[in-house]
Design a binder for this molecule. Structure first.
Ligand SMILES: C[S@@+](CC[C@H](N)C(=O)[O-])C[C@H]1O[C@@H](n2cnc3c(N)ncnc32)[C@H](O)[C@@H]1O
Length: 279
């Protein structure tokens, strides 16, 4: 497989964080498209992810933090093993709304996912640093752009695991870390940065009063978030219900964001195999 070499450091990295571009099947059993329109990044098949020479750049005693979507948990464990780590624990990222409640805008076929898992594995023998032993295995923050993981992860990892640190599939430079990934260079604007002026913090899906007029830029910003949900399989009715918007408002916001609407033919019920693949 062709890839840019992973950086190395004398003695190897003691801690690796990775958020692979998993390729997964959607609820109809098809491989989820990489949505050029949405500006989403390329994905990698499982064998290519497993084949990355992570063990070669790690210290003999090392920690691995590996993000894995809920539906891909068994595959995440496989990757962890292939990279030479044994699974020991995990950290749950609970996505919160501004008011602290669960962020119900997640997607999922069986349940609406409001959490993501950061698997924790060890190579050789390496305990967590002293603060790790009082660190709870949960990060509670607000969701940001598509696929963007919470910045709080860095402070948590640095307090629990020793450097040198390496982030694989990074999208942003991180002080004190080596970063690697097709969008990791400083001059690359990461795909999936969906709209200007939104750098985390305030989630851009506010309450809107009936009849309230919004500035164009706000409509576009909200529309992009809704389009992401629509492209992930939610219906207009779902989206309207989640945000407590009218159907007309939801449709308008989606339209402003250039959403291509699905035709409304009768939906074919998924087969058992398709349901299994999507779970
Ligand atoms: C899930 S995203 C990482 C998101 C990141 N953790 C964040 O919080 O913003 C996966 C990244 O892997 C990159 N990628 C895809 N194929 C790659 C490849 N063959 N080699 C290196 N990076 C790749 C994608 O462009 C994307 O930036």
């Amino acid at each position: 497989m062709d890839f840019v070499p992973i950086p190395t450091v004398a003695g190897g990295y003691s801690t690796v964080l990775a958020d692979p571009p998993w390729r997964f099947k959607n609820r109809t059993g098809k491989v989820a498209p990489e949505h050029k329109r949405l500006g989403r990044y390329e994905t990698m098949d499982l064998e290519s992810i497993k084949a990355l020479p992570v063990a070669d750049v790690c210290a003999e005693n090392a920690h691995l933090y590996l993000w894995v979507p809920n539906a891909m948990l068994p595959v995440g464990l496989e990757v962890m093993e292939a990279w030479g780590f044994r699974y020991t624990s995990n950290i749950v990222w609970a996505k919160r709304r501004k008011d602290g409640g669960p962020d119900g805008r997640g997607v999922g076929f069986y349940f609406r996912n409001v959490t993501e898992l950061l698997l924790f594995g060890v190579r050789g023998h390496l305990r967590t640093l002293a603060p790790g032993r009082s660190q709870v295995n949960m990060i509670e923050t607000r969701k940001r752009e598509h696929s963007r993981k919470p910045d709080e992860q860095y402070a948590l990892i640095e307090s629990c695991s020793p450097g040198p640190y390496l982030e694989l599939f990074a999208r942003y430079p991180q002080p004190g870390w080596s970063v690697w990934g097709s969008e990791a260079a400083e001059d690359v604007v990461p795909q999936g940065r969906v709209f200007k002026g939104y750098e985390g913090g305030e989630i851009a899906v506010p309450e809107i009063r009936p009849g309230e007029r919004l500035p164009e830029a706000t409509e576009l910003a909200i529309g992009m978030v809704l389009r992401d949900e629509y492209e992930s399989g939610d219906t207009i009715n779902d989206i309207a219900a989640i945000h407590d918007y009218s159907i007309a408002r939801t449709r308008k916001l989606l339209k402003v964001a250039g959403t291509e609407f699905r035709s409304r033919g009768p939906a074919k019920p998924p087969t058992r195999a398709e349901l299994d693949a999507a779970s």
